[in-house]
Design a binder for this molecule. Structure first.
Ligand SMILES: Nc1ncnc2c1ncn2[C@@H]1O[C@H](COP(=O)(O)OP(=O)(O)OP(=O)(O)O)[C@@H](O)[C@H]1O
Length: 258
């Protein structure tokens, strides 16, 4: 479905993505993780050329998107759903109107756009609030509208760039549950940039770890986090062990201060 070869991107003297090669098979959920600033967002944004790569190729179903004209790219972008950290909803439109907007602008009849949008909102569990405006929705619900907006296109590939990063921690779970369900159904191939370790451990088919613009290791979550071969992998392993250990000690009633 997606094959990236030797992707390269620099900003002035800073090399943000260096010789990155990876692939995602149809129906797979692949999670990219790594320290802040290691190039995850740059890499994922290069796939639909929100960021123009400086080198390498990106094949989506055999088509190299780096070679497409602006018009051809518009067609390909419809097959790629993108969920950002910011929801970017339009405040004066209702949830369903926010989802419909792109479809109508792309020439779909209003009724058809409405039906598709309702179905997408149902998939993210928002069928009860389709007429609410963003200000009437929680952050988690707003992000689910953002997800529905991408799903309404029935994309072949969904790209997620830290979809929970701007959410109140109490609302993160509801978005992760929606993502988990989409991964489970496997209609959509997913490439996810996230710092949510539990999601990566539980849901990813494969983890890709980056550091300083390059992939330092990749593999099944259990292998990467239990037997890491990179410094970044070992740091994640330590973090998981710390979180598990402190959570279980606290649940057992053991606390530093009482
Ligand atoms: N438009 C830009 N102009 C200049 N430098 C940029 C630009 N976008 C990103 N960078 C730099 O490129 C590097 C990679 O950034 P990127 O956002 O891809 O990292 P990231 O791994 O997604 O980080 P985070 O986890 O904090 O979101 C960083 O050093 C960043 O400051």
């Amino acid at each position: 479905m997606l094959k990236i070869n030797n992707l390269y991107k620099h900003f002035g003297s800073l090399v943000a993505v260096n010789n990155l090669s990876m692939s995602v098979n149809k129906g797979e959920t692949v999670v990219i993780m790594g320290p802040s600033g290691c190039g995850k967002s740059t890499a994922i944004r290069a796939i639909n050329r929100l960021i123009e790569p400086d080198g390498g190729s990106i094949f989506l179903d055999g088509t190299d998107v780096t070679l497409l004209s602006e018009e051809e790219l518009r067609g390909v972008r419809k097959r790629i759903g993108f969920v950002f950290q910011q929801f970017n909803l339009i405040g004066r439109l209702t949830a369903v109107e926010n989802v419909m907007l792109g479809l109508v602008m792309d020439g779909l009849k209003r009724e058809e756009a409405y039906e598709k949008s309702l179905a997408a909102l149902q998939k993210v569990g928002l069928d009860q609030v389709v007429d609410h405006r963003p200000s009437q929705l929680s952050g988690g619900q707003q992000q689910r509208v953002g997800i529905a907006r991408a799903l309404a296109y029935e994309p072949d590939l969904m790209l997620w760039d830290e979809p929970t990063a701007s959410l109140d921690p109490m609302l993160v779970r509801e978005v992760l549950v929606v993502m988990e369900e989409l991964a489970r159904v496997r209609e959509t191939t997913m490439l996810v940039v996230t710092h949510e370790i539990a999601f990566a451990l539980h849901v990813a088919d494969r983890i890709v770890l980056m550091d300083k613009g390059s992939i330092v290791e990749s593999g099944a979550p259990h292998r990467v986090f239990v037997n890491p071969v990179s410094d970044v992998g070992r740091r994640y392993k330590e973090l998981i062990e710390y979180q598990l250990n402190t959570s279980s000690r606290t649940l057992a009633g053991e606390r530093i201060a009482s």
